[in-house]
Design a protein around this ligand. Sequence first.
Ligand code: SF4
Length: 476
Amino acid sequence: MSARDGDRPREACGVFGVRAPGRDVARLAFFALHALQHRGQESAGIATADGSHVTVQRDLGLVDDVFDEPSLRSLTGDAAIGHVRYSTTGANNWENSQPVVCGRDSGIIALGHNGNLTNADRLRGELVGNGASVSAGSDSELIAALLAAQPGNLLDAVCATMPLLQGAYSVVALTEDELVAFRDPYGVRPLALGRLADEGWCAASETCALDQVGAEFEREVRPGEAVRIGVAGTESRQAMAPAGPRLCIFESIYFARPDSLLDGQTVWESRHDMGRELARESGIAADLVVGLPDSGTPAAIGYARESGIPYAEAVVRNRYVGRSFIQPDPELRQQGVRLKFNPLPSVIGGKRLVVVDDSIVRGTTTRKTVAMLREAGAAEVHIRVSSPPILWPCYYGIDMADREELLAAHNTPEQIAELTAADSVAYLSLPGLQRAIGRPSDGFCRACFTGEYPIPVPDASDKLRFEGAGATVSPA
Ligand code: SF4
């Protein structure tokens, strides 16, 4: 995690695509992006296609900052894609906002991408070597350029390009007359298909975006699958043999919205059950269970139910303060937690607290939280983390921090308690996490906990192992 960030794993991006003749597709995309705003707050964009033109609007800022009535009215057509971005690769400048656009012989491709390629440097070098111009730093422009270099229709181009890509990608791509959604063979990032009540289909990073536009969840886009969303329905091609699935397990822990469905279970339920497991594994005598809103709340409720200790809303979140990473200077960032959370001394005073949080990255938030609760009069503060210790960085589109910065990579829970001034710190075990999610471990990427990376990673600066093979990683 970079120094400017708050102490959280950072979401990568959210994508949406829709074809709905006769509907205001730009407005549908706008509302869907609203539902996906938690996945990226640095830029937002929508592209529409009317059969002969592609129109794009994108800018830095939140969805509401980027679009207004006139701009939505100017985006016409019967198909649209949308994107919200958090920059894991490439600087946060306008050029890297999405949808990216790339010219091809027969027109234009607009594209939105969630994930991270692990062979981007090599692919970029090959493209440049072949005379292509690749100006922006993002993997997404690279994918668009590779698609543009392929002959034929968009679905053919996607199927020809996917075998070249290595890494995590859930993508929506649009030309004047085609809309295709596709997902890497490991299915690291989520992508769901939905059907609108009247004529129309859509694809979205999370089912909460389908709910937002009144679409019925149909199914997940399968790992390695490319789906053309046409007027008459969808056309599917298994462009690559599925290699997974290896869905990012952090989607269940933190990234996805609690009302989204992952593999048929709501994320809220999974998080609630993580809290239950945590209480079974590391219960402690206390007076109150407190969740840090909003991401820690379902697990805190689960912990309270399992332990019998009352749950209390003892920390109020100021919903109108931006995330701490947007603070402009270090001094203000230092105050980030206090700007976002305010404790209730009348609830906390003299109480032994179990504080449930979803993860610890560098520990800066935990330290500030403990200090804040002690100042408010807490007698004891026991930190319970509803995920296992994060020991390894992520190469698949989540900004987790380098290994040196990961607190748990170099400290035991006892040492972390000392460093954060907590009375105790305990994490959920990996088996406990799997029990809570209720699905087998081999369906997930868990590399930030285990160091077992399902997809080769770009460099060997850390000592890593391929999943199951125990081999040393070589550069991709
Ligand atoms: S390394 Fe961790 S954050 Fe990254 S994709 Fe795998 S589980 Fe998700």
